[in-house]
Design a binder for this molecule. Structure first.
Ligand code: G1P
Ligand code: ZN
Length: 545
C-alpha cells in the first residue's frame, strides 16, 4: 500500500462539541474538511491510547456515510491503525458501536452521526470519537482533537481503495486488518442477556399490540431483529424500518413534534397497547401507551422503580444519575430505594465516570435518553425492552404503571420549550441578563410557587474531581417546582434557547391535570422575566417536548 501525504489548511470551525463535530453537509463537503478532522482525531486518539489504535467504525447511514467510511478506512491504514471493526454497510447504531468497543476491549471508535438532526444533502453530518470505555471522548481528548485540527498541515491517506464492506468477513488494507461484522447481532445478544425475553415473547404472543417507529433511521434493522424475529411480534410491528440517507425527509427525533404519526396513532381509536420510537443513531427513545405519553423524566424514574423485574437489575441498582434539567422524579425513587441520585450537566459523557466507578447503574436525560451501565451511551431500544419487560411482568398497561407511580411518589409535571434559530448575541444577552438578576429572585412568586433560590449550575465530578462551570441557570421554588434556562450545545445554526419547566404535585386529587395548565404559571413567569417574546421576536417556542 502506498501512502499519500496531502498538504492541507486548517478550518477554524473544527471544534467538537458535546456530541462530536456536527456540521451542515455543505460545510463538510469543503475540500479536505473531513480528512483534516479524521487526521486530527486519529492523532489525538493515538496520543490518548499511547500506542497503535484498534477502532470500531460505523455510522447511522445518513448521506455521505459510505463515502466517509471508505475515507476513514484509507486514512486509518495510512496512519498505522492496527485493526478496524466496521459494521456491514458502514452501519452501526451508537449503542451497538459502544458495545463493540467494550466487547473487543479496544482503543475506541469513530461514529459517523449527527444523531437526531436531519440528514440528506441539505441536512447535517457528524463525526464523533468514543474512547475505550465505549463512551464519548472526554473533554481533554476533544480539546486535543480541536488543537490538532487547528494547526493541521498535512494528512495521510492510502492510495489504494478501501475494500468492500457490505458483508461480514475479513479483509486487509496494507498492514491494517479489517473485520466487517453484522451490525445487529452482538448488540441483540447483549439485550437477550439483560431482559426477560421469555416473558416479553409471551406478552407479544398474547394479543398485546405494539408499534415501533424507526423513523427511517438506523434502528430499523435492530428493531426488526428484536421484535419481529427474536420476540415473535407480527411483521409490520416496526414501521419506517428501512434506513434512508435522508431519513425519508423527516427529522429523526422521537418526540411529540417529530414523531407526529406515531403519536396520532397512539392517541387515536384502536390504538395499540404500546408505542415507541428512536432517533437517527438509535440512542434516544420515546415511550407511549394507549392514549398516553411517558415523559422521559418520568420514564427514568419508572424504570428505576421497577428495575428488579428485569433480570440484569434483579439485585437492585447501585445508584441513579440524571442530567440537571431532567425532572427530579428519579430523585424520589432513589431516596425510597436508599441509593444515591447524581445530578450531572447535560450530555451523556458525564455519566461515564459514575458508571465506570460503579456508582450508578441507570441514567437518563429529559431529552429522550435513557441507558445503563451495559454500555457507555444511551440506548433507545434498551429503554423500549425495559418497558416491555415491566409490562410483561406486571401485566399492567402503561397508563396503570404511570398512575401507580404518581400515587406513590407524586407527579412531576414537566415540559421543555425550545426557541431555535435565535441570533447568538440575542441568546447570550438573555442568559447574561438572567445570570445578573439571579440574586434578586428569591421570594418572587410564579402563581402559587415561591422562589427559594436561584443559581448557575456547576458540576463537581465526584470521581475525578473535575469541575464543569456554566451548566445552566436554575430557579428553584420552595414547593419543588423548577425552571432551568440554558443554551443548546448541539445546534448547527444560530443558538437554541432551552427552557425547562417542572412542577411537583403530591396531592392525590391533582395527579391527572393537564400538564400545560399545571405549568402555565411558570411559563408566564419566565416569559416576563426574560422578556422573551420581545427579545427573540418569537411569539411561541419552535418545539415543545
Ligand atoms: C441535547 C440534549 C442533551 C443530549 C444531547 C445529545 O443537547 O439536550 O440532553 O445529551 O443533545 O443527544 P443540547 O442541544 O441541549 O446541548
Ligand atoms: Zn442520537
Amino acid at each position: 500500500m502506498k501512502v499519500d501525504t496531502i498538504s492541507t489548511a486548517a478550518y477554524p470551525d473544527q471544534v467538537p462539541g458535546t456530541s462530536g463535530l456536527r456540521k451542515r453537509v455543505s460545510v463538510v463537503r469543503q475540500p479536505n474538511y473531513i480528512e483534516n478532522f479524521i487526521q486530527a482525531t486519529l492523532d489525538a486518539a493515538a496520543a490518548a491510547a499511547g500506542g497503535p489504535l484498534e477502532l470500531v467504525l460505523g455510522g447511522d447511514g445518513r448521506y455521505l456515510n459510505r463515502e466517509v467510511i471508505a475515507t476513514v478506512l484509507r486514512m486509518s491504514a495510512a496512519n498505522g491503525v492496527r485493526r478496524v471493526i466496521v459494521g456491514a454497510g458502514g452501519i452501526l447504531s451508537t449503542p451497538a458501536a459502544s458495545h463493540l468497543i467494550r466487547k473487543h476491549g479496544i482503543s475506541g471508535g469513530i461514529l459517523l452521526t449527527a444523531s437526531h438532526n436531519p440528514g440528506g444533502p441539505d441536512g447535517d453530518f457528524g463525526i464523533k470519537y468514543n474512547v475505550a470505555n465505549g463512551g464519548p471522548a472526554p473533554e481533554n481528548v476533544t480539546a486535543e482533537i480541536a488543537r490538532r485540527a487547528a494547526s493541521i498541515e498535512t494528512y495521510q491517506i492510502s492510495q489504494d481503495d478501501a475494500p468492500a464492506f457490505d458483508t461480514p468477513g475479513r479483509a486487509r488494507l496494507g498492514e491494517m486488518e479489517i473485520e466487517v461484522v453484522d451490525p445487529v447481532h452482538d448488540w441483540a445478544d447483549l439485550m437477550e442477556q439483560l431482559f426477560d425475553f421469555a416473558a416479553i415473547r409471551e406478552l407479544l404472543g398474547g394479543g398485546f399490540r405494539m408499534r415501533f417507529d424507526a423513523m427511517h433511521a438506523v434502528t430499523g434493522p435492530y428493531a426488526r431483529e428484536l421484535f419481529e424475529r427474536r420476540l415473535g411480534a407480527p411483521a409490520g410491528t416496526v414501521v419506517n424500518a428501512v434506513p434512508l440517507p435522508d431519513f425519508g425527509g423527516g427529522h429523526p427525533d422521537p418526540n411529540l413534534t417529530y414523531a407526529a404519526d406515531l403519536v396520532a396513532e397512539m392517541m387515536g381509536a384502536n390504538a395499540p397497547d404500546f408505542g415507541a420510537a428512536s432517533d437517527g443513531d438509535g440512542d434516544r427513545n420515546m415511550i407511549l401507551g394507549r392514549g398516553c405519553f411517558v415523559t422521559p423524566s418520568d420514564s427514568l424514574a419508572m424504570l428505576a422503580a421497577n428495575a428488579r423485574l428485569v433480570p440484569a437489575y434483579r439485585d437492585g441498582l447501585a445508584g441513579i444519575a440524571r442530567s440537571m434539567p431532567t425532572s427530579t422524579a428519579a430523585d424520589r425513587v432513589a431516596q425510597r430505594l436508599g441509593i444515591a441520585c447524581f445530578e450531572t450537566p447535560t450530555g451523556w459523557k458525564f455519566f461515564g465516570n459514575l458508571m465506570d466507578a460503579g456508582r450508578v447503574t441507570i441514567c437518563g436525560e429529559e431529552s429522550f435518553g435513557t441507558g445503563s451501565n451495559h454500555i457507555r451511551e444511551k440506548d433507545g431500544l434498551w429503554a423500549v425492552l425495559f418497558w416491555l419487560n415491566i409490562l410483561a411482568r406486571r401485566r399492567a398497561s402503561v397508563a396503570d404503571v404511570m398512575r401507580d407511580h404518581w400515587a406513590t411518589y407524586g407527579r412531576n409535571y414537566y415540559a421543555r420549550h425550545d426557541y431555535e434559530g435565535v441570533p447568538t448575541d440575542v441568546a447570550n444577552g438573555i442568559i447574561d441578563r438572567l445570570r445578573a438578576g439571579l440574586a434578586a429572585l428569591p421570594g418572587r412568586a410564579a402563581g402559587a410557587h415561591v422562589v427559594s433560590s436561584a443559581d448557575e449550575f456547576t458540576y463537581h465530578d465526584p470521581v475525578d474531581g473535575s469541575v464543569s462551570a456554566h451548566q445552566g441557570l436554575r430557579i428553584l421554588f420552595a414547593d419543588g417546582a423548577r425552571i432551568v434556562v440554558r443554551l443548546s450545545g448541539t445546534g448547527t445554526s444560530g443558538a437554541t434557547l432551552r427552557l425547562y419547566f417542572e412542577v411537583l404535585e403530591t396531592e392525590p386529587a391533582n395527579l391527572e391535570r393537564d400538564p400545560t395548565a399545571a405549568l402555565a404559571p411558570l411559563v408566564a413567569f419566565t416569559s416576563e422575566l426574560l422578556d422573551l417574546h420581545k427579545r427573540t421576536g418569537m411569539a411561541h417556542p419552535t418545539v415543545i417536548t
